[in-house]
Design a protein around this ligand. Structure first.
Ligand SMILES: [Zn+2]
Length: 297
């Protein structure tokens, strides 16, 4: 059984939001931008939800977290979860420093279809230990929701390919700052994606300090190139040694069609774990059990 803790829901609203920064658009951004990228236009939220559902069925994936990937796009993912509630878990990018953030986070967490707020401190210029971020954690604790905090290197392929500027401050994506916040909200599951994306040691330190921190394994993990001789096998071996299998969440970071769900990532990770002699029970936790525990059924 496989659950994917990290997929992006690139809705029409997602492209229209990106399109606001592109003055040379001639058509609806939800059509023109996917065309420029060679991607399938998402159509309505229901059509995109059905496309995701077919992709999961094609590869035997049971459930997936779908992330609304620009602030203010919660409605798209909420509609997808309403369409296939047994297959999708809703998550949403959130900017804690937005003017209406206090009301917006309440509204989002009151929606039972939205289970996780995704923070990108390096992109949004809002520190993890800022009071505005603290308010997101406090709301997550009140509503029984999770918080995801992107740390380390941040390279957003779709922004790069469209020529959108990415003035990020990587210093803000610090796993140790995440740990300092997470220890105050011990019931809130806190997810650090991509093994810390270059801050692997710090992500493990953070998880050691705060037992509510989980690490997601998603993406190509190209940050590994920053470390001479490091391999995905080493990364898994170290993570399993330090925090064990119950705090690793398998994910792919799948996002656009026609590529769809990235089976090759799953197969690589499965092979690495089998090669490391990780037993079936531990693999079950990583590929699905931890997901079901964190996001409920
Ligand atoms: Zn991602």
């Amino acid at each position: 059984m496989v659950n994917d803790a990290h997929c992006h829901f690139f809705s029409s609203q997602f492209f229209r939001t990106l399109g606001q920064k592109l003055p040379d658009l001639k058509d609806d951004a939800a059509v023109e931008l996917p065309a420029r990228l060679g991607w399938t236009a998402p159509g309505s939220d229901i059509e995109l939800a059905d496309q995701w559902m077919s992709a999961l069925d094609q590869h035997g994936v049971t459930r997936a977290v779908l992330i609304a990937s620009v602030p203010g796009d919660d409605a798209s993912v909420s509609a997808a979860v309403a369409r296939h509630p047994e297959r999708f878990v809703g998550a949403f990018m959130f900017k804690p420093s937005a003017p209406d953030a206090d009301q917006a986070i309440e509204r989002a967490f009151q929606n039972p279809r939205l289970r996780m707020a995704c923070l990108f401190p390096a992109m949004h210029g809002c520190a993890v230990d800022d009071p505005q971020t603290d308010a997101v954690f406090a709301a997550a604790q009140r509503y029984g929701r999770a918080v995801f905090v992107h740390c380390g290197v941040l390279s957003i392929g779709v922004r790069r390919k469209l020529g959108l500027p990415s003035p990020f401050d990587l210093r803000l994506g610090d796993p140790l700052a995440v740990a300092a916040m997470a220890v105050h909200y011990p019931e809130v599951p806190v997810v650090i994606p991509h093994f810390g994306a270059g801050l692997f040691r710090e992500a493990l330190m953070a998880a050691t300090s705060a037992p509510n921190i989980l690490i997601d394994t998603s993406s190509s993990n190209s940050w590994i190139k920053l470390h001479p001789h490091l391999t995905l096998r080493d990364v898994y071996a170290r993570a399993l040694d330090v925090i064990g299998p119950s705090r690793l969440l398998f994910g792919t970071d799948s996002s656009f069609f026609p590529r769809g769900w990235q089976k090759a990532i799953h197969d690589d990770h499965r092979e690495v774990l089998t090669d490391l002699d990780v037993d079936a029970a531990a693999q079950h936790l990583i590929f699905s059990g931890n997901f079901d525990r964190v996001f409920g059924l």
